[in-house]
Write a protein that binds this ligand. Structure first.
Ligand code: ZN
Length: 479
């Protein structure tokens, strides 16, 4: 262990109550980006963060991307760009986080006021909107700086920070700023670290090196000029719903197997070394059952389940617009229905190739249906998958940090969903990106009773600081 670390760890423990107070001050600002009326609170949260950063001696700049495209009466809250340290002999790490939160109302079913950090002394659970997503991790970086100062330990790297206030509303304006600043504010960055995801379980830390992408489609089928009554017209017209259901049925079977020819061929084969990564991961089928609230898993073993979630594509049918969906027994024949489905994508599925095979398949199957209706299928949006090298020094440093704080090697995980900013940072800076989560899978981010465990917060502050020390020590080899 790096010799300075014990002094740093002790100082973090000593300062724990102050760090919890800082989180409590942040949670008290309801910075809900999705709510028009809360916009001043989002801006207030940016000012709070700026004040805290400046008090620690960081320099802070603001970027103002302008009005929101789909809510032009609202200005996008400032993107904070901060720098702590400017020593050319040290490595520079760029970190990202967000200071906005998901909406939360007590009436939604919260046991406590969502904007008051409520610490359960016995369990150590600290409830409050934004506690784990993402105010705890964002403040973790600030707390790490402060603990170094108070302990009189030299900060091991230069730290660049990028904190936005629109993550829970599509990160409007962020991509352009990241690309603009790649060769300016971010130009010294040697690697990137994002703390905005979660451990796979509740006990063991992980480092995340991959995310699936998504390609989302719709199929519009229409025929009659208006909705019809089945008692009058049933049996005498071609029904759009019948055609759509048939078409949707050609996409995937109930064992999760994608039936679109050519799609599975785009997937990079799994190699032996990769397989081994899955064997050691601390995950039980019970974790899955708890997560889904039933035992209706497709696979019965851990490896197949995790690979199905992270390593292979999946196709899900989400809904049908225009179909009768209320209770009761309405005898309508819908005139126009729009089916929605998406493919979660993995290496090496290039989005345009996915489009090609999916749309070709739909046209081919549509021909086979032989109907008088018309069909139009199109892509609604696509985000690419991301996968990083877990052997890069950035990951090696984080892995050592986990060992020094938690006494175990981290699990190397991927996630089935996407965090689009990850890929943007990688593409814009050309540097390795590491996802280093602080919270656990039980934190209920985005849900009622969101919480962060005291252990995850305080040990997480140690983890972030230790990571920076190991980053400074890692040999200068690119992988
Ligand atoms: Zn988040």
């Amino acid at each position: 262990m790096a010799p300075q670390l014990q002094g740093y760890f002790n100082k973090v423990d000593e300062m724990a109550e102050g760090f919890i107070k800082r989180l409590s001050d942040a949670v008290a600002i309801p910075s809900v980006s999705a709510d028009d009326a809360m916009r001043p609170q989002v801006v207030k949260m940016a000012q709070f963060l700026r004040g805290e950063l400046e008090a620690l001696g960081a320099t802070v700049e603001e970027r103002h991307p302008g009005a929101e495209p789909d809510r032009p009466h609202l200005q996008i809250p400032p993107i904070l760009l901060a720098r702590y340290g400017n020593d050319k002999s040290k490595r520079t790490i760029l970190v990202y986080g967000h200071y906005d939160v998901q909406p939360a109302l007590k009436e939604d079913g919260w046991a406590t006021d969502p904007f008051v950090l409520s610490v359960d002394q016995k369990s150590g659970k600290m409830f409050g909107r934004g506690s784990t997503d993402d105010k705890g991790p964002v403040l973790g970086w600030l707390n790490a700086i402060e603990a170094h100062q108070k302990a009189g330990i030299e900060f091991p790297v230069n730290l660049l920070m990028c904190f936005e206030g629109m993550e829970e509303y599509g990160s409007e304006g962020l991509d352009d700023i990241i690309h603009d600043e790649a060769k300016k504010f971010f130009k010294d960055a040697d690697a990137v670290c994002i703390s905005d995801n979660y451990w796979l379980g509740a006990e063991k830390p992980c480092l995340t090196y991959g995310l699936r992408g998504v390609s989302y489609y719709q199929i519009c089928v229409h025929g009659p000029g208006q909705d019809l009554h089945s008692g009058v017209y049933g049996g005498s017209v071609s029904e759009p719903m019948t055609d759509l259901v048939k078409l949707l049925g050609t996409l995937v079977d109930n064992k999760g197997k994608i039936l679109v020819p050519g799609l599975n061929e785009l997937v990079k084969p799994v190699d032996e070394e990769e397989k081994k990564l899955y064997e050691g991961i601390s995950f039980e089928m019970k974790d899955l059952y708890d997560g889904i609230g039933s035992c209706s898993s497709i696979y019965q073993d851990k490896e197949s389940t995790l690979m199905a979630r992270w390593r292979f594509p999946s196709l899900s049918i989400h809904g049908i617009e225009g179909a009768f969906s209320a209770p009761g027994a309405k005898t309508v024949i819908p005139a126009k229905v729009i089916g929605k489905f998406s493919v979660r994508t993995v290496p090496n599925m290039e989005p345009h190739e996915v489009d090609k095979v999916v749309l070709t398949h739909l046209e081919y199957e549509w021909e086979k249906i032989r109907t008088n209706n018309t069909m139009e299928a199109k892509l609604l949006h696509a985000g690419k998958w991301w996968v990083s090298s877990p052997k890069h020094w950035n990951f090696a440093a984080a892995s050592k940090a986990v060992e020094s704080v938690f006494g175990c090697k981290p699990d190397m995980t991927r996630e089935g969903g996407s965090i689009p900013v990850t890929l943007t940072f990688e593409q814009a800076t050309g540097k390795n990106v590491l996802l280093l989560p602080m919270g656990s899978s039980t934190d209920a981010a985005h849900s009622i009773n969101e919480k962060l465990d005291r252990r995850n917060y305080i040990e997480g502050i140690k983890l972030l600081g230790a990571y920076l020390h190991y980053v400074a020590e890692e040999p200068q080899v690119e992988q």
